[in-house]
Write a protein that binds this ligand. Structure first.
Ligand SMILES: *[C@@H]1O[C@H](CO)[C@@H](O)[C@H](O)[C@H]1NC(C)=O
Ligand SMILES: *[C@@H]1O[C@H](CO)[C@@H](O)[C@H](O)[C@H]1NC(C)=O
Ligand SMILES: *[C@@H]1O[C@H](CO)[C@@H](O)[C@H](O)[C@H]1NC(C)=O
Ligand SMILES: *[C@@H]1O[C@H](CO)[C@@H](O)[C@H](O)[C@H]1NC(C)=O
Ligand SMILES: *[C@@H]1O[C@H](CO)[C@@H](O)[C@H](O)[C@H]1NC(C)=O
Ligand SMILES: [Zn+2]
Length: 940
């Protein structure tokens, strides 16, 4: 599935929400059967291996108007041709929430093909827990024979963003309904009965029946629609060319009144961008269209494999749960992930569009052409797409520094998650991932971001060229079929051997350490002796790891390092402890390890080397590569959290920032200081802390004022554009007067002339937030009106965030109530909005009360089974650091037992985090207060 599943990245980039998604733990499930008998086949969540689908013929008709019972429905029929592999008298096929027509009392009809005789049906029923249609036969299906099973059904076209669902929007004052799909991971079975497992690949013949003023789309190219009449209604019937052999979770079909822009006829691959007519008229699809061709060409070259399909449709939907979904040939997106409006959208919005497109296109080969056998290997699919999305977007936008930004956007964030005792290994056992909710839990930041981090590490130590050669042979061998991760290791090993690259162990042996055990090492280098040690890094030193690891939490670590500005060197740490005499230093030398954070580990040094690095940062910070300036800050703050170094050492890594102009170190510092704000913004530390940051950021604010000629120009460089946002947001929030005057002035100008918004697109989010925070009800109501009228989704998102910045409790409470009204806040945005409100210190207790008192409603109406629920709990409890709050959490856990769904693991993590926060505050409050006070004592 697309990125942004566990976090709304657009807004994270803009407003600095730490990119720590909810991490779901997959607890090994040891089946304990109390009964003597083994369960019936239909009680097992996995399909038996007796039948194998060949092709489907599916006809669906979504009704875009409610029926007499005010229900939106679709109806259809489907036949599936399958081969019997092992003789059996049982057919199990997935079917969920469908009402099946009865034929002579049975839910299906069976036919033998090519002369085979079909046994008569004995009994059929729907097995609800495992989501099967069960067909018992009176005699056996013969191995080697083919049969066809026919079903006819009615389903609800719900608004819950899963299966075949509806999305609504208003155009020209009129409500429009779109029928669309989201099958991954296990919802194709809600659209028609199917063998709904990724390895059950087949060919699909789709037909859609739809109103005359609409268009129907699916994975394959359509034939010319034909006119038909059903019960006096004139309709269109659109059939599609047969698909390639593919998995059910990659199916998509859409009926809408959208238009498209596309490549000219005759292009090798037809590329089309579909969206609301208004959006395309405003040019919002142009950027996606412009970049899709080059990104496809980049991947063709990278994989050395041509694009497997004839066409590439991409469609922006008003209601969509994930960021995007890589349906083969028809990629679906949230509007913010595909549409871009120059002058109105920010550079962050643009980067999001480029990386999400790149992520989804990467899947067209890796994931779609070659597919994991089962969901336990999801990390490979998603981690891979996440990693190469940075290569693709780097190719599309070579000046942006995307290959550096992966560190900030994916790696640093997920290290904080993976350092918890409650984390989980990337790879799971196939037997442990059975139920749909277990599969859903896998869509987390570990899967996406840590997956990307370890694959990047591997690609770096075997080189990008060799990595891509291995991919090529892997895709060749397995196209149109399924794999397990070891198949990829085998092909990469072949490429490594062929290139003559020497590794201390095989790719598989090295990588097993990183994927089969959770967490990552803290590498400690003693530059006095040259001793190097490793240890499992845990953010909370008191936490207990109760998950055993066959590798005893030791890793095979590729250590890159430089000494006093010398050339980069590489060292493999193979054991718990080793000595490399090259790493012992003379006087005046310094050592820096994990260059450009290519390795997924943290580094600690002896205190002598720390002092030398700090001295280097204050004297000539540019001697240290920019990613490592960010790394030093991030490692130090995290080591301090874990009590490996002192908190004051961490704070000292921010002292050079008064000279720093680069984005990555600033962003890293502000994310780490966010934690200090969360812990202390309700305490006496707040004043001196504000004063210190104000002191550090003022030169940066002045620098941007200068290079933008008094804020009249946009900085040229992508990362400078981001850092200008940092400068303004930190300066305004720490009360730099010039800053507040600037942002409120801009906002007032806009209020005076609502049709003319002159606020630079990149700065909007920050300016809106700071002006609404400084303002009152008038500013809020104005922004709300603008939110309701916004025609560009990313603009609406910025306003939605900014509305949470007000300091008026009654406005925040009312805004929370709006989250329960889909007419005001779309369901897809409700949990984000609640989390935004909670990130405001004044909104925090209000949001927590709100979530507690409305849990049942939120759970039932807003997809308690979905991923966003973990994020909701995570988001509203970030500040928790007192005994009182801990007890509230325990009470909450009791109160909602049985109504937790996929949020259960998040709640455990939040409890763990709250304990850790309590300890941290007790330990650090006085030291931190003293440090900030000393640093700012010279100020008046
Ligand atoms: C699919 O079903 C339709 C009728 O519903 C039929 O006309 C068509 O031939 C079938 N196609 C295949 C490939 O079986
Ligand atoms: C399916 O059947 C149930 C029970 O008869 C009914 O309540 C429901 O509305 C039906 N669903 C659809 C989409 O027709
Ligand atoms: C379908 O009907 C429309 C009018 O409703 C007509 O313009 C069109 O030519 C018809 N198409 C075919 C293929 O008959
Ligand atoms: C302002 O920018 C100009 C170049 O645009 C530069 O020459 C000058 O030194 C800068 N002044 C300050 C105070 O940064
Ligand atoms: C910026 O504004 C200040 C006064 O507000 C003025 O003195 C200065 O000349 C302006 N600089 C530029 C480059 O416009
Ligand atoms: Zn994906």
């Amino acid at each position: 599935m697309g990125k942004g599943f566990f976090i709304n990245k657009t807004v994270a980039i803009i407003c600095g929400v730490a990119a720590i998604g909810a991490v779901a733990t997959i607890i090994a499930l040891f089946a304990v059967y109390t009964q003597e008998k083994s369960p019936a086949p239909w009680q097992s969540y996995r399909l038996p291996d007796s039948l194998s689908p060949v092709s489907y013929n599916v006809t669906l008709r979504p009704h875009l108007e409610p029926n007499a019972d005010k229900l939106y429905i679709f109806n259809g029929h489907s036949s599936v041709v399958f081969t019997c592999v092992k003789e059996t008298d049982l057919i199990l096929i997935h079917s969920n929430e469908l009402n099946l027509t009865l034929f002579d009392g049975f839910h299906a009809k069976l036919k033998g093909l090519n002369g085979a005789t079909a046994p008569s049906l004995k009994k059929t029923w729907l097995e609800v827990p495992t989501q099967y249609l069960v067909v018992q036969l009176s005699s056996l299906l013969q191995a080697g024979s083919m049969y066809e099973l026919f079903t006819e059904f009615v389903g609800e076209l719900t608004d819950n963003l899963g299966g075949f669902y509806r999305s609504e929007y208003i155009e020209d004052g009129e409500k429009r309904v779109v029928a669309t799909t989201q099958m991954q991971p296990t919802d194709a079975r809600k659209a028609f009965p199917c063998f709904d497992e990724p390895a059950m690949k087949a060919v699909f013949h789709m037909t859609l029946i739809h109103p005359q003023d609409t268009v129907a789309l699916s994975n394959a190219m359509n034939f010319e629609p034909i006119n038909i009449t059903i019960e006096g209604q004139k309709l269109l019937q659109t059939s599609f060319e047969p698909t390639e052999i593919m998995s059910t979770y990659l199916l998509a079909f859409v009926v809408c009144d959208f238009t498209y822009i596309g490549t000219k006829p005759g292009a090798e691959v037809l590329i089309r961008i579909w969206a609301r007519k208004k959006a395309l008229e405003e040019g919002q699809g142009n950027y996606a269209l412009e970049k899709t061709g080059p990104i496809l060409a980049f991947f063709e070259n990278y994989y050395n494999s041509s694009y497997p399909l004839k066409k590439s449709d991409q469609i922006a939907l008003p209601d969509f749960n994930a960021g995007a979904m890589e349906n083969w040939g028809l990629i679906t997106y949230r509007e913010t992930a595909l549409l871009y409006n120059p002058g109105v959208s920010s550079n962050g919005d643009k980067e999001w569009v480029a990386t999400v497109i790149s992520h989804e296109l990467a899947h067209m080969w890796f994931g779609n052409l070659v597919t994991m056998r089962w969901w336990n290997d999801l990390w490979l699919n998603e981690g891979f797409a996440t990693y190469v999305s940075y290569l693709g977007s780097n190719n599309a936008e070579p000046k942006w520094g995307m290959k550096d930004l992966i560190v900030l956007n994916e790696i640093i964030g997920v290290m904080a998650v993976d350092a918890l005792a409650y984390s989980h290994p990337l790879s799971s056992n196939e037997e442990d991932i059975l139920k749909p909710e277990h599969i859903s839990e896998l869509f987390d930041s570990i899967t996406y971001s840590k997956g990307a981090a370890v694959l990047r590490m591997l690609s770096e130590f075997i080189t990008e060229t060799v990595f891509s050669k291995g991919l090529h042979t892997y895709l060749e061998e397995f196209k149109y079929s399924n794999t397990v991760y070891k198949d990829l290791w085998r092909h990469l090993q072949m490429a490594v051997d062929k290139a003559g690259i020497s590794l201390p162990e095989s790719v598989e042996v090295i990588m097993n350490r990183w994927i089969l055990q959770m967490g990552f090492p803290l590498v400690t280098i003693n530059t006095q002796t040259g001793t190097i040690t490793q240890k499992h890094f845990l953010l909370d030193p008191n936490s207990v790891v109760d998950r055993p690891s066959e590798f005893m939490y030791e890793w095979i670590v590729p250590i890159t390092w430089i000494k006093t500005g010398g050339p980069e060197q590489q060292y493999w740490l193979l054991t718990k402890e080793a000595t490399n005499s090259n790493m012992s230093l003379g006087a005046d030398e310094w050592l820096l390890a994990n260059i450009n954070m290519r390795g997924f580990y943290r580094v600690n040094y002896d205190s002598e080397n720390w002092e030398r690095l700090l001295a280097k940062l204050s004297s000539k910070h540019k001697d240290i590569p920019v990613i490592n300036r960010a790394q030093i800050i991030d490692d130090a703050f995290n080591l301090a959290r874990a009590k490996v170094v002192s908190t004051t050492l961490a704070l000292r890594t921010t002292k050079f920032l008064n000279k720093e102009k680069e984005y990555m170190p600033w962003k890293t510092a502000s994310r780490n200081l966010d934690y200090f704000f969360l812990m202390f913004d309700r305490s006496e530390v707040y004043g001196p802390m504000q004063a210190y940051i104000k002191k550090q950021v003022t030169p940066l604010f002045q620098y941007f004022k200068n290079i933008t000629l008094n804020w009249t120009k946009i900085p040229e460089n992508h990362m400078d554009q981001y850092n200008q946002v940092n400068a303004i947001s930190l300066a305004c929030s720490t009360g730099v007067k010039e800053c507040v005057a600037l942002t409120t002035g801009w906002f007032k100008d806009w209020m005076a002339n609502p049709s003319k918004n002159n606020i630079s697109a990149n700065l909007k989010s920050t300016v809106y937030c700071s002006a609404i925070a400084a303002g009152g009800v008038a500013e809020w109501e104005f922004a709300w009106g603008m939110y309701k009228n916004a025609t560009l989704a990313s603009e609406a998102d910025k306003l939605m965030y900014a509305l949470s910045c007000t300091k008026e409790p009654w406005l925040l409470n009312r805004y929370l109530q709006y989250c329960l009204d889909p007419e005001k806040i779309r369901k897809q945005d409700a949990t984000h909005t609640i989390v935004y409100i909670a990130s405001n210190p004044i909104g925090q207790p209000l949001a927590w009360d709100f979530v507690r008192s409305n849990w049942g409603l939120l759970f039932n109406e807003y997809g308690g089974g979905s991923f966003s629920f973990g994020r909701l709990i995570d988001g509203v409890t970030k500040r928790f650091s007192t005994e009182f709050e801990y007890k509230q959490l325990l009470q909450f856990k009791q109160d909602i037992a049985g109504q937790l769904g996929s949020a259960a693991m998040s709640l455990e993590q939040v409890l763990e985090r709250t304990r850790a926060n309590m300890n941290w505050v007790a330990e650090n409050q006085n030291k931190v207060l003293e440090w900030f006070t000393t640093e700012t004592s010279s100020l008046v």
